[in-house]
Ligand binder design. Sequence first.
Ligand code: SAM
Length: 213
Amino acid sequence: MRLRNKPWAKEKIEQYPQYVVTAPEELKGKWNTVYEANQPLHIEIGTGKGRFITEMAKANPSINYLGVELQESVIVSALDRLIEAEVPNVKLLNANAVNLPQYFAKGEVSRVYLNFSDPWPKTRHEKRRLTYKSFLKIYEDILPEHGEIHFKTDNQGLFEYSLTSFSAYGMLLKYVSLDLHNSLFEGNIMTEYEEKFSEKGNRIYRCEAQFQK
Ligand code: SAM
């Protein structure tokens, strides 16, 4: 993602603690206190400008959603979206995914979404891919037994790599689609990247991967 320098972003984020969670390490085991309703929590890692997570929250009021995003300059756009949407069941977290086990107890997150994760195509950057085995361990640590990752990308190389990584980790692959927009999948909610790349004619790949313990 091309990043614009937004020196005011940090200050703006701090002005909206009702939308962007602060002190997540103090919430470990207590995330149900953050939302109005005590219900399952689904998180999107690398939420970008927040379209997917906000629309999912509107469509599924009986699920709580959290968009996790590393970059302040990006999450601030997601914040604008949340302010406008006024939906009670979605929040944001400005954090690096590597730290998630410090913030969530085992089983506290019911599902992980990865949408259009940065592909990091160079082999020497493999460990940065959000479907690398060390990240799968992180997701396993916060999901319940048999928890699921739902993954979408337009990047064929990252998709192939991720299918192999999920399988090598012993995960069960379900609903693998090599052309999501021309498949029978219903209720797809597009992300910002998904709209941009599908308009260019790129195919969208999707799969669900389930931990086996
Ligand atoms: N999911 C959005 C979409 O589909 O439009 C954004 C996709 S963008 C290519 C990937 C996003 O993941 C970027 O905003 C980046 O800052 C974020 N990201 C990358 N590594 C991350 C990490 N380790 N933890 C949290 N966010 C991360």
